[in-house]
Design a protein around this ligand. Structure first.
Ligand SMILES: [Ca+2]
Ligand SMILES: [Ca+2]
Length: 101
């Protein structure tokens, strides 16, 4: 497909078990987009911080409730940092972002 000519390489990231949702947000406030993945099989979230060189750092992982289904990004506590709201089989869980800028 000619539209993809300018994407000569792919970046493959190793994720958790049964990754079922992904999002992009600037988790650490450095101006670079970071990746957030939800891993249903591990009941956790993985955050891949942007390495500012076209890739991502080794992920941080945060446990969430059992069998997470989806998440949304919102600044729940109003501190200017994006927080994560997860829907799991047992309820809704809010993970407040304490990443240093
Ligand atoms: Ca960032
Ligand atoms: Ca926040």
């Amino acid at each position: 497909m000619s539209i993809l000519r300018n994407f000569p390489t792919s970046l493959v990231l190793t994720t958790g078990n049964q990754t079922n949702a992904a999002g992009v947000t600037d988790v650490n406030g450095d101006g670079w987009p970071d990746l957030v993945l939800m891993n249903n099989g591990n009941s956790d979230l993985s955050v891949f911080l942007n390495d500012e060189a076209g890739g991502f750092q080794v992920p941080y992982t945060f446990a969430v409730g059992v069998s997470p289904q989806q998440f949304r990004v919102a600044d729940i506590d109003g501190d200017g940092r994006p927080d994560l709201v997860s829907v799991t089989s047992t309820g809704i869980e809010v993970t407040l972002n304490r990443t240093k800028k």
